[in-house]
Design a binder for this molecule. Structure first.
Ligand code: ADP
Length: 463
């Protein structure tokens, strides 16, 4: 059966009131029982004291017993000897208390007389004579009745106050949740900069609001990134389209000779080529980041990979009369996907060649910083990357020199793809660059695999 859907406030109130009701009931029952015990204990103590008084008076004589009645006001006692009544107080006779306890029986008992009055009767065993005393129980009973009335009226009132107090208290305690819900309801994609009220950041609700605010900040970051990416991608696609359009319009404006038309078509094709590169890079990056590409790891010889990539790009370095060196003294094996890592290395090395001036130098070094780690360093003698750009250099469409990078054919996605490619292989890309002193891109933290016969065990790790 489905539980009734009560609000948290109602549930808290009910729990609070139930617990309090149990406590109040237990406390009331305890109080009543203690009072009951104490009052009867007190009554029995008085009876014992009466018995001592009667015994003392009896020892002094019958007259003394009479004085007990007239002067002390004790009217409920009897003195007997072996079943024969020696003295009976007037109250004893009137109340027919002789029926209260059969002869020979001793102890304390409650007895209701024929007139409906209730007595507490006590008799002590004695070798020669027995003294029986009694007192009215009415006082005790009245006291207990009053206590019962007070408690039975007080308990529902206390539970009522607990309910009302609990409801108010739960409302106060839960008010931050209400405030958070009101604020959260107002937050939309356009107002992601808004945050939930945290109240006291150290209490549970404050911490919850803090966690939600952190999540909101991450969502806002992703949204901002997405917006920037959309804006950058549109800009990136619009620029060549605008160039093609203006070239076409100018060409259509007046008749041209075949060579001029060829030039127009040539420059349009250049833009198409750029557009194709942008679209292909975007597709590659989107596929990569969507998780559609799963690296197939195997032991890859990084020296051979570096040499392959360098051989592939050497023609570009040669065009610029650059020295392209690959330093790989001994084989270094790493656990990675060769195709993906090749893509990353190609982009970094291509940049090094692209941004290093003619006659410069580009060095690729395969190293093994520790038994467990393999790395590839790509160092160039180009202009370097100013410190303020270093943190953002791997972002999509981020360029240090927009115009120059575009002139050199860059689409602004090379390093973003390179970073993904290296990270997909468990590594990371580090950048060291002194402005004007060249750049050093280090592809590090790749998991080294033991090369048969090199005596180094990768499981030793590095410290
Ligand atoms: P692009 O296609 O423009 O080269 P990248 O993402 O590959 O895009 O690189 C981003 C920017 O980083 C480049 O525009 C360039 O300004 C800078 N950059 C990358 N590599 C180098 C390098 N080796 N030397 C100097 N600047 C570089």
């Amino acid at each position: 059966m489905k539980a009734p859907s009560l609000s948290i406030r109602a549930r808290l109130t009910l729990w609070h009131a139930s617990v309090l009701a149990v406590v109040i009931l237990v406390f009331s029952a305890g109080t009543f029982f203690s009072a009951w015990l104490w009052l009867y204990h007190d009554l029995d103590r008085r009876l014992a004291s009466d018995m001592t008084t009667v015994a003392a008076a009896h020892r002094m004589g019958t007259q003394e017993l009479g004085e007990l009645e007239t002067q002390v006001g004790m009217t409920l006692f009897e003195v007997a000897q072996k079943g024969r009544v020696l003295y009976q107080a007037t109250g004893w006779k009137q109340g027919q208390l002789a029926l209260a306890m059969p002869p020979g029986e001793t102890g304390v008992r409650t007895w209701t007389g024929p007139d409906g009055l209730v007595y507490r009767v006590a008799r002590a065993p004695g070798p020669e004579y027995q003294i029986t005393v009694a007192r009215h129980e009415r006082v005790v009973r009245d006291a207990l009745k009053s206590l019962a009335i007070i408690l039975s009226a007080g308990v529902p009132i206390a539970i009522g106050i607990a309910l009302a107090g609990g409801y108010l208290l739960a409302g106060r305690v839960l008010s931050p949740i209400g405030a958070m819900a009101d604020k959260a309801r107002m937050i939309s994609a356009d107002s992601l900069a808004e945050r939930l009220p945290t109240g006291n950041p150290r209490d549970e609700f404050g911490r919850l609001a803090g966690v939600i605010n952190e999540a909101l900040a991450r969502v806002q970051g992703s949204f901002d990134q997405l917006r920037r990416f959309t804006a950058d991608a549109s800009h990136e696609l619009r620029t060549p389209l605008t160039a093609m359009r203006s070239v076409g319009e100018v060409a259509l404006h007046r008749p041209l000779d075949p060579d001029a038309y060829r030039n127009v078509i040539g420059s349009m094709l250049e833009e198409v080529e750029h557009l194709t590169r942008v679209v292909e890079s975007l597709l590659a990056l989107t596929r990569a980041e969507s998780g559609a590409i799963r690296p197939k790891r195997e032991a890859v010889d990084l020296c051979r990979l570096a040499e392959d990539v360098a051989a592939h790009l050497r023609v570009l370095a040669d065009e610029k009369e650059q020295r392209l060196l690959v330093e790989a003294a001994e084989p270094v094996l790493a656990d990675c996907d060769p195709a993906i890592l090749r893509q990353g290395l190609t982009n970094i090395l291509h940049n090094a060649i692209k941004y290093t001036p003619a006659g410069g130098q580009v060095r690729v070094a395969v190293t093994r910083p520790s038994a467990a780690e393999a790395a590839i360093e790509i160092r160039d003698s180009g202009p370097g990357i100013p410190p303020q750009h270093r943190a953002r250099i791997f972002e999509r469409f981020y360029r240090v020199d927009e115009g120059r990078a575009r002139d050199l054919g860059g689409v602004g996605l090379g390093l973003a793809i390179a970073r993904w490619a290296v990270e997909a292989n468990g590594g990371r890309v580090e950048l060291e660059s002194a402005e004007g002193g060249g750049s050093l891109f280090r592809v590090c933290a790749l998991r080294a695999v033991a090369v048969p016969g090199d005596g180094i065990n990768p499981s030793q790790g590095s410290k």
